[in-house]
Design a protein around this ligand. Structure first.
Ligand SMILES: NC(=O)c1ccc[n+]([C@@H]2O[C@H](COP(=O)([O-])OP(=O)(O)OC[C@H]3O[C@@H](n4cnc5c(N)ncnc54)[C@H](O)[C@@H]3O)[C@@H](O)[C@H]2O)c1
Length: 379
């Protein structure tokens, strides 16, 4: 039997927990260390998850443990330095999105990963949904015909009140874009994945509806409520929402609505693909379902049933028909693909640093477009 791969996790918030859950579904992998912003948080997480070593400092963890891979689940401003520190030591990296705040930093990481020959992936987990894979299979098949339009949204409400505040509101920690980098990045990656086509131009209108927010002394992890006896008003320099027109490399047009301030929408991520023969719509809130839209035959619902999906999509329908595969299964599949690559090589079945650098470029083009109020080429 192969030896277990020793893994470290940086970050003990929402994604630290969810990536730890996904890692535990993999044979041959053991989480041996965790670090967080404070030693206490790392200790509590280690105790809760049965992890033998914990650290209050990332470099200390890298130096103390012989890691076979590290998962970076910390706020965005750490991604560049943490990825670089691991790559320089020859440790494979699985980093959260967005990879970096700017394209130059992302490219520097790509260069380093290549120079060192170290696998490096980014957690664009939505492409690992069974029905997203099915969309990709169908768009690649001759029965699809031609893609007319691609459009959709990614809308949430968890930042809609002025006392909703966390590290994402601070551009020093989250980067110059909030909503586009945070959730638009997922939409860009997923739509490029299903079509196999790059986004080459954008026209973005950014909206900040809450120009200042109440910041309390203590913020909890993502989607949590902050606490404290008093607050200070804090100016906000990043977008709550965005409207984006998109052009793909094959000339196809698209559009995207992004928001974190839209009441009642929780994690409403929708991709509509309109083809010359039929259309498809996927919403991650009902992740195991794909709407097949037809002019003549109305709309039908395809479910993640391994016996009726196509190609690669079959392996993503990990439960028997009628048992809904969803977010956690896609997350586990994403991480499984990364470890398959570590073990056996071949072609990476996950989003690489190169893929993620391309997404950073799209985010930057959106910011530039909004500033110029003009169509802007993606670098
Ligand atoms: N792929 C996805 O679907 C998805 C979903 C949510 C968040 N994310 C990404 O995951 C990352 C983390 O987001 P989150 O929602 O888990 O945030 P969070 O606020 O819930 O957790 C962040 C964690 O990082 C720790 N931390 C802060 N600074 C640190 C430092 N310097 N060193 C080590 N640990 C530090 C905090 O103590 C906390 O445990 C972000 O980059 C975010 O964009 C991805």
């Amino acid at each position: 039997m192969e030896r277990k791969l020793h893994v470290g996790i940086a970050g003990t918030g929402m994604m630290g927990r969810l990536q730890a859950d996904a890692l535990r579904r993999l044979p041959g992998v053991e989480i041996v260390a965790v670090c967080s912003g404070s030693p206490e948080r790392a200790r509590d997480f280690a105790a809760a998850h049965g992890i033998p070593n914990f650290y209050g400092d990332y470099e200390e963890m890298l130096n103390a443990c012989r890691l076979d891979a590290v998962h970076i689940c910390t706020p965005n401003h750490t991604h560049f330095a943490y990825s670089r520190a691991a790559l320089e030591r020859g440790i494979p990296v699985y980093c959260e999105k967005p990879l970096t705040a700017g394209g130059d930093e992302a490219r520097e990481l790509c260069r380093l990963a290549k120079e060192k020959g170290v696998p490096a992936g980014v957690n664009f987990n939505y492409r690992h949904n069974a029905m997203v894979q099915e969309m990709r299979e169908r768009i690649a098949s001759p029965q699809w015909g031609k893609t007319f339009l691609l459009h959709g949204r990614y809308v949430q409400d968890w930042m809609m009140y002025e006392d909703d505040y966390n590290w994402r509101c601070e551009s020093a920690l989250a980067g110059p874009s909030r909503t586009i980098a945070d959730i638009g990045s997922h939409w860009f990656d997923t739509v490029q994945f299903i079509t196999g086509k790059r986004i080459v131009r954008v026209f973005a209108d950014l909206v900040t509806v809450l120009g200042s927010r109440k910041k309390y002394a203590f913020q909890t992890g993502s989607f949590g409520k902050q606490r404290g006896a008093s607050f200070s008003w804090t100016d906000i320099d990043t977008e709550d929402a965005a409207f984006i027109l998109i052009r793909f490399e094959d000339g196809v047009s698209g559009s995207l609505v992004l928001s974190q301030v839209s009441a009642g929408y929780k994690d409403n991520f929708v991709i509509n693909a309109d083809g010359s023969r039929y259309g498809m719509s996927w919403n991650q809130e009902s992740a195991d379902q794909l709407l097949i839209r037809s002019r003549e035959n109305g709309t039908s619902l395809l479910r993640a049933d391994p016996s009726i999906l196509h190609g690669e999509a079959v392996s993503y329908a990990v439960l028997p028909a009628g048992h809904a595969v969803a977010w956690s299964d896609a997350q586990a599949a994403a991480i499984r693909r990364f470890y398959e690559y570590l073990r056996t090589g071949g072609s990476p079945g996950f989003a690489t640093f190169e893929d993620a650098a391309r997404i950073v470029d799209i985010v930057e083009a959106c910011l530039e477009s909004s500033r110029r109020q003009a169509w802007t080429d993606v670098r």
